[in-house]
Write a protein that binds this ligand. Structure first.
Ligand SMILES: Cc1cc2nc3c(=O)[nH]c(=O)nc-3n(C[C@H](O)[C@H](O)[C@H](O)COP(=O)(O)OP(=O)(O)OC[C@H]3O[C@@H](n4cnc5c(N)ncnc54)[C@H](O)[C@@H]3O)c2cc1C
Length: 639
């Protein structure tokens, strides 16, 4: 029998959340003061949750590995945040946003969660406005919108190409307000190494102080993980280089199931790899596809500079293949189409691994100033990195590892399979199915933190009001601390020859080659063997210089890479199990005659939630069958 209970409320879709909210238990203000909550992560999910819970009267302890919460990776988000406001009067609605998200994710998410995410999206925008986030406005002063991939309406609110940064600044100010009121205590420069579970309930974390190396114990009545995604398994990705999966991986080993780990989005518009010494890739926001046209030369291996290639010799392949959505097809479709053109020999640039994103027509029509107003900072960033001016010559772009739809499995209340352990934002698996539509992540992270978790966690904490402060001198804390120290000693004592970065690069290559944009059975089986070998090699030959009792970034990285290698094997197992193609998961064996993804709803309309059973044992897969009562499961077509 499955151990998964999603707790989806009964009743009509549009009433589920409001009825559920009304039925959740509350904690009275006097009792809230006695309750501690740990929130790990200060991105849009974690900071919004911590500030809301502080405002509500709980004692919150907020952790991040950066020196300040406002450097969380959410700061990098560029293009925008979705909401169903229908300001453009173009037919948008909560239902349409829900439908687009569910369809965009290829029907591999829960209806009830996706609907709720769409429902709270409007509150999120209102809240950010109240916090002073300077979203772009039109001439009359109303909030402006633009379009993102996979939709036919304009629902993306934006602040130039810095939406994440502006939202984080708003969220960060409300977090600091709670810090100054004494409701939130900040613990920056901490790495979470383990989750402490006592009598089946999450009761704390073990952290390493990244400045002193001290191993610390922190307790609480509940623990929230808002630790972001794991796209960095590919080594080169659009994420911040320190983004990692270690806290989620520790939770998995403590009994939290991992949902759909193989659902990883490859973003179509990154600046291509320029040299072998790079440690990250830079995203060019999807918003650029509103005005930029994607093309390659019609002739293989055409080495002429773009302006010498006449219009009739250009292949605007997205417009050709997908006339209904053109350049705004969803990311998985655009990425595979770019790969297909490059693999067939039409790619441009020195390596042949890029396609053009061209603004010539948009500049001619709207003028340079209009384009600069919308994307100025992105153009500047591109020119700084590539040395070419995109106002004059097309950008070169190529797909790169980006966002993880997989993550810790959570029920409708955002609780993992460990009682009292919650996962929000990109760290959970819940709302995007097999593919995320652009601008839906900031919306989900903020919705989870501001408008969903504060209700659902209170329901759990109402049962904890008689639990005293959780002591940290228990055998469970001792055991976890001992294990963390042993792991650190083990990695330091190997004293081999290869640095964590070397192993990370090797890992990235395996994952990109066999578990990237396109996957097949043979490749995935090979990857699993290679990953087992890499793990063995890692523990025989890792070189960490320095000691445990100091600032030691080699040690930080080494521990993260060790976890990535293990997680990567789970990603491949999950990808191997899912023999259908859906969203970003493209199995070569399951495609239509035209090379489009072929879903197999009769066999795979479920969430695969993996249970850890020990380092030397295979994990067990549990299925959460997905029921669709409000949408018809259609083949995704953007033609
Ligand atoms: C370049 C780029 C552009 C993007 N643009 C958009 C966009 O325009 N619109 C959109 O909707 N989405 C966008 N996304 C996706 C979106 O930015 C992320 O999904 C979202 O910001 C994740 O927020 P989060 O709060 O879940 O996690 P993050 O912002 O990643 O924060 C994670 C937090 O967890 C902490 N943490 C992690 N591990 C540990 C640990 N072991 N110990 C202690 N602390 C830990 C970190 O310190 C950090 O504070 C973009 C992503 C990228 C990479």
């Amino acid at each position: 029998m499955t151990k998964l209970y999603a707790k989806i409320p009964e009743g009509p879709l549009s009433e589920k959340w409001s009825k559920h909210k009304a039925s959740l238990k509350l904690v009275n203000p006097a009792n809230k003061k006695k309750i501690d909550i740990i929130v790990v992560g200060t991105g849009l999910a974690g900071a919004s949750a911590a500030s809301s819970l502080g405002e509500m009267g709980y004692n919150v302890k907020s952790f991040c590995y950066q020196d300040t919460p406002r450097r969380a990776h959410s700061v990098a988000a560029q293009g925008g945040i979705n909401a169903a406001k229908n300001y453009k009067n173009d037919g948008d609605s909560v239902y349409r946003l829900f439908n687009d998200m569910l369809k965009g994710g290829d029907f591999r998410a829960r209806e009830a969660n996706v609907y709720r995410a769409a429902e709270v999206s409007n509150d999120v925008i209102d809240h950010y406005i109240a916090l002073g986030v300077p979203f772009a406005r039109d001439y009359s002063g109303y909030l402006d919108n633009r379009s993102f991939g996979g939709v036919q309406v304009s629902r993306t609110f934006y602040a130039k190409g810095q939406t994440g940064q502006q939202c984080i600044l708003g969220t960060y100010s409300s977090l600091l307000r709670q810090v100054s009121k004494g409701m939130v205590t900040m613990f920056p420069r901490r790495d979470v190494l383990d989750i402490v579970v006592i009598d089946g309930k999450a009761r704390g974390i073990i952290t390493r102080n990244l400045i002193t190396g001290e191993i610390e114990r922190h307790s609480a009545h509940a623990v929230v993980l808002a630790t972001g995604g794991y796209g960095t398994v590919y080594y080169l990705s659009t994420l911040a280089v320190n983004s990692n999966a270690s806290a989620a991986w520790a939770a998995y080993k403590k009994g939290a199931f991992f949902g759909n780990p193989s659902f990883i989005q490859i973003h179509p518009t990154s600046i291509p790899v320029l040299n072998e010494f790079q440690s990250k890739l830079t995203l060019m926001s999807e918003s650029l596809r509103n005005d930029g046209r994607v093309w390659v030369p019609k002739t293989k291996g055409d080495k002429r500079i773009p302006k010498d290639i006449p219009e009739e010799e250009r292949d605007y392949y997205l417009e050709r293949r997908y006339p209904a959505f053109g350049n705004l097809v969803p990311r998985d479709v655009a990425s595979r189409a770019a790969k297909e053109r490059c693999d067939a020999g039409y790619g441009v640039g020195a390596s042949g691994l890029s396609v053009y994103l061209d603004f010539k027509d948009a500049i001619k029509k709207q003028g340079k100033k209009a384009i600069e107003n919308k994307y100025g900072n992105l153009f500047e960033m591109y020119e700084k990195i590539c040395g070419e001016n995109p106002y004059e010559t097309p950008m070169k772009i190529y797909p790169a590892g980006h966002y993880t739809m997989g993550g810790l499995w959570v029920d409708y209340n955002l609780m993992t399979t460990v009682t009292g352990l919650y996962a929000i934002g990109e760290a959970n698996f819940s709302d995007h199915g097999a593919n995320r539509l652009g601008a839906s992540s900031l919306m989900q992270c903020s919705g989870d933190g501001y408008f969903i978790l504060p209700y659902t966690i209170s329901d759990y904490l109402a049962g904890e009001i008689r639990t005293n402060k959780i002591p940290v001198n228990t055998p469970e804390f001792e055991e976890c601390e001992k294990n963390a120290k042993e792991k650190i000693q083990r990695i330091l004592s190997v004293n081999g020859k290869q640095t964590p970065a070397i192993f990370h690069k090797k890992l990235g290559k395996i994952m990109w080659d066999y578990s990237g944009m396109v996957r097949n059975e043979e490749g995935l089986k090979k990857a699993i063997v290679l990953l087992d070998e890499l793990k063995e090699e890692f523990w025989k030959d890792i070189k960490i210089s320095g000691t445990a009792n100091e600032l030691n970034q080699q040690l930080e990285k080494g521990l993260r890479v060790a976890d990535f290698i293990e997680l990567s094997k789970l990603i491949c197992l999950d990808a191997l199990n899912r023999k259908e193609s859906c969203g970003a998961h493209f199995r070569e064996e399951s495609q239509t005659e035209n090379g489009e993804a072929r879903r197999q709803d009769d066999l795979y309309a479920y969430v695969a939630a993996w249970e850890y059973t020990g380092d030397d044992n295979d994990p067990i897969m549990h299925k959460e069958e997905l029921k669709f009562e409000n949408v018809e499961l259609k083949e995704r077509s953007y033609k």
